[in-house]
Structure formats: C-alpha cells, structure tokens
Design a protein. Structure first.
Length: 560
C-alpha cells in the first residue's frame, strides 16, 4: 500500500504504512467495486457544458461530462471515480458507454430539430491505447447516424508523452475517420509542441489553473497570451476553461482567445436542459465579445462624498457612464467588475493613496488612462508615478469646470485612439488566423493528395509488374491507335519490329479488323508469321479516368 501511494505522489518521496493509509486503500477498493456495479444500474449519466464563441457569442460546441450518482454516497466527484476507473480496465468500459450515450443524445437532439452543434468527448490515457477505440467510435456513430465532423476527441498532454508508433497510429486513425482533435489541459504538462504541428489539432484548451487569476497575475496572463499567439500562428483555435467572471472573459476576448467554457456562460446541463438552452439561442453579452466597441466609462475615486457628488453634477449629460468609489480598494473592486476607460482619483485617501491605487490599476488594467485630481501636492511621489507611467496627468483642486471637462475628454480621445489601434490589431490578427487555418487546411489537403499520388504510383508499378509477368502478349493502345505499352511477352513476339512503342497498331498487326480497333471488346483471329493468335481488345475507362484499349494475344495450339 505504501509503495502504491509513493508511486501516486511521484518521485523523491517516502511513504510508510499506517492505519490511515490502510483505510484509504479500503475505501478506494470499495468505491471501485461500487463503480463496477453501477454500470448495470443506470447510476451513470451525462451532462454537457456549452462552449461559447467570443466573436459571435453563440454556443459553438459542448463538452460531454460523465457523472455518477450513487444511492448512498450521493454525487461522487468525477476526479475521484475517474482516477479509480483509470487504474483498472473499467475505464475502457466506461469510455465505451460514454461514446454510445453521447451519440444517442446527439441523435435525440437532431430528431428534435437541433442544428449546428458539436460535442467533445474526453479520451482518457488508458482508453486512448484501446486498439478497438476507433472501431467502437465508428460503430456508435454509424448506428446513430452521426456525421464524424460533429464529434471532437479531447486528448490530454500525458498521452502525447508516449511517443510510440501506437500513439502515432491512433491519432492518424482518428483523423482518417474525420474526427477533429482537441489538446486538453494545455500548459500543465510537458507541452509537446511538435504534436501541435504534426497532428493538426483543431483546438487547444488553456487549463483552468491559468484562467483563475488571469486578470491580476502577470505570469498567468503572459502564459495565456503566449499560448494564444503560438496556437494562432499554427492555425489552431484556443479555448479557455474555467471562465467564471466577466473580468476573465474580457481579458481573453481582448487578447484574441476564440472560445470560453465555464460557469460565466453556463454550468454543465442535462441533455434536455442543454437542448432548451440551445433553442433559446443563448449568447454572451455584447460587451464581452471580441471587436466590440464598449460604452465609454469613467471611474471617480474620492473619499469625500461631496466631491464625488460635485463631479457627477459637473459631468451630467456626458456621453459616458460614470462609476464612483470612496477608497482605493473600492476603486479596485469596481475595476474588477467593470471595463473602465478613464480613472480620476484623489491623492490623499485613507488606506491607500491615489498614487498607490493608480500604480495597482496600471499593473492590472494597463489600458486605462489615469488622472490624479488633488488639493495636496506631494511632488516626489506624483513625479515618480508620472515617470513610471502610472499617472497620465496631475490636476489640482479647486478645478476649473471647463478645463476639467476638456482634460477628461482628451483622456477619452487618447483611450479611443488606443482602442481603435487595438481593434485594428485584432482584425489583422483575426485575418491572419483565418489565413493560417486556410494554409493549414491546404497543407493537409496537399499532403493527402501527395499520399494518394504515391499510393497511385505504387499501385501503377504493381500493375505494370503484374502485366510484365503475364505469359501472354499484352499491348496498350491509346485513342490514336498508337502502342503505348508492351509487356515482355509482346516484346518477344514482335522482336523483329524496330520499335513497338510509338508504332501504329495497324502496322504492328496488319490483319486486325477495323471494328476491333475502333470499338474494343471484340475477339478476332490474326496471323503473325507462321502462327495464329486470338486477339481480345477491351476498352479502358469504364471504372477509371483511363482511356484507350488493352489487347491480349493468345496463340492457338492448333490452326483455327
């Protein structure tokens, strides 16, 4: 038991046998037995979590998720029972059940009139190495009349670490079936970049661990943007998992992520609820979509309520939304929930100065334009903040109404120019992604065509060799009655002819009737030298793009 536990935790650790470890092992055995028994008791069921497109806002696809409702244990967490199933061959049986259940649900949706949907099925590492997996998927799709293009297969990075001929063959068999491949949990393991190019994954999914703090953690943001850029350069779409807030969604949308999956859009749903959601044409809000022009927004931050009120009255009637906060921390909370263009902040506030607040705002929301409006001049801290780029302008109280309005409008114009440049950049990157996808598809088609040509050439060589080995004389004639092929037996038969290839068949076989030459599929007898031959001519092109005729000359043993 201790040995198995040590293996679970990885290298460089020690585990000792204990009553707790024994109890944990016993629970796992009992849970495994209960899971095996559940297969025939309808305790497993499927839920589907929609994936939303960040350009249209529509449901693009959905991920199939298996659930286990035990009569005594209740809803068992998927990571718990999937790991137990993966440790035994039970995962093969569960995986096969999932494929059949998903195809059945898809057929039900199609019969209800549901259109334009695709479903992703997660393939576990052990299931991936099932030699009958492709056959099982094909059988389920055929039985339920599901087109291959409607299914995705999600493959984890751990599968790709086993770079074996079997792994390569399995991936190629999936592609041959017309199934799109998705690389799941990208970035959590030893990301195999060569496989992204080699096996034409349609999508990669950024793991939820990078999404949780993506709007505030610089490392997570940098990793996510790098994954998006790299995938797009290969013509691969990017899906972000675990998106739960508008802040996360906005960051992803502004940085060219293609799709999101998470509680922000929808929790996993039962098949009927998913069908209803699809029927309602549920969409993401417009302001979260890529290439959208959001409403202009100003944030006023001041601990004096009367100052905030005076500023609101001054700016009443402006064509921008006004949000307010009474401290630096309150301001950060507002920024976390709203897309803000311009910030006007007081300097002296309890808990956090205006300069410190704007420094944090710059780090988390660098696209905002930040202004200090204060009656106190702390020259050193303000100068440092300006030099750092944390502050765009420093304005003093009391203010001139006209000048303050002009400064704020100028800040909005500055932000508008930056937004327009960003929008144009997104359009260019979107066009480049479409071009990369088209190039990738063209490369795949060219590769397939090249393989077909190679197979055709191999087949042609085999046919040529077979014809050469036939003991009968065989000649090929084109539509102009010119000899273009002669096997060894024909070369021997006409060895006294200077050149068989390129000669007219009428000169080669003078007694050949015109009907045979023109129509083919005829039999006749001709005399060549001192021997008689039966000539059979058959026209080519009935089952292929070939043309001309193929003739065989069979010698008579006796004079006809």
């Amino acid at each position: 038991m201790a040995l198995n536990r040590a293996k679970e935790l990885g290298r460089n650790n020690s585990q000792f046998f204990s009553d707790e470890l024994s109890q944990r092992t016993l629970e796992r055995v009992e849970l495994g037995n209960a899971l095996r028994a559940s297969m025939g008791k309808n305790q497993l069921y499927m839920q589907y979590q929609p994936v939303a497109d960040l350009q249209s806002g529509k449901i693009n696809s959905m991920e199939a998720l298996v659930r286990w409702e035990h009569p005594e244990l209740g809803l068992v967490p998927p990571p718990r029972f999937i790991q137990i199933a993966e440790e035994s061959d039970l995962i093969i049986e569960i995986g096969e059940w999932i494929v059949r259940r998903v195809c059945t649900d898809m057929r039900d949706w199609l019969d209800q009139g549901m259109e334009n949907f695709r479903v992703a099925i997660k393939v576990s590492p052990k299931q991936f190495h099932d030699p009958l997996l492709a056959e099982k998927i094909t059988a389920a799709m055929r039985e339920m009349r599901i087109e291959p293009g409607m299914l995705f297969l999600e493959i984890t990075e751990t599968v790709l670490l086993q770079d074996t001929p079997a792994t390569v063959g399995t991936l190629e068999s999936f592609k041959a079936l017309g199934l799109d491949l998705v690389l799941d949990d990208f970035g959590t393991g030893f990301s195999s970049l060569s496989y992204l190019k080699r096996f034409s994954f349609s999508k990669v999914k950024i793991d939820r661990s990078f999404i949780k703090d993506i709007a505030s953690n610089g490392d997570d943001a940098a990793i996510s943007k790098a994954i998006i850029s790299m995938a797009h350069s290969l013509g691969i779409l990017v899906v972000a998992e675990g998106v739960e807030s508008e802040e996360q969604c906005l960051f992803l949308s502004q940085n060219m992520c293609d799709e999101i999956q998470g509680f922000l859009f929808s929790q996993p749903l039962l098949p009927q609820a998913l069908s209803e959601l699809h029927r309602q044409q549920r969409r993401l809000p417009e302001h979260l979509l890529r290439l959208q022009k959001p409403q202009r927004t100003l944030l006023l931050v001041d601990d004096e309520v009367n100052i905030v009120g005076a500023l609101r009255r001054l700016l009443r009637g402006s064509d921008f939304q006004i949000l307010t906060a009474n401290s630096g921390q309150d301001g950060l909370d507002v920024l976390a929930q709203n897309a803000v263009d311009v910030i006007v902040s007081d300097q002296r506030m309890p808990g956090m100065t205006g300069v410190d607040f704007l420094r944090v705002a710059k780090e988390r929301y660098p696209d905002t334009v930040r202004i200090v409006l204060s009656g106190y001049t702390e020259l050193q801290s303000v100068t440092e903040a300006v030099n750092e780029g944390a502050i765009y302008k420093f304005l003093t109280k009391p203010w001139d109404d006209t000048q303050l309005r002009e400064h704020i409008e100028e800040a909005f114009r500055r932000k508008g120019m930056a937004d327009e440049n960003h929008r144009l950049d997104l359009e260019v990157r979107t066009a480049n992604l479409d071009l990369a996808k088209a190039n990738r598809r063209l490369e795949e088609l060219l590769s397939q065509q090249q393989q077909q040509i190679i197979r055709g050439e191999v087949s042609l060589d085999i046919v040529r060799e077979a014809l050469q080995q036939i003991p009968l004389a065989v000649i090929g004639v084109d539509d102009e009655n010119m000899v273009v092929f002669a096997n060894d037996a024909a070369q021997t038969l006409f060895e006294n002819t200077a050149s068989i290839l390129g000669s007219d068949v009428d000169h080669l076989i003078p007694d050949l009737p015109t009907a045979v030459v023109e129509n083919g599929c005829k039999r006749c007898t001709v005399e060549l030298g001192d021997a008689f031959y039966e000539v059979v001519a058959r026209s080519m092109g009935h089952g292929s793009q070939s043309s001309g005729k193929l003739m065989t000359l069979t010698p008579y043993k006796t004079v006809p």
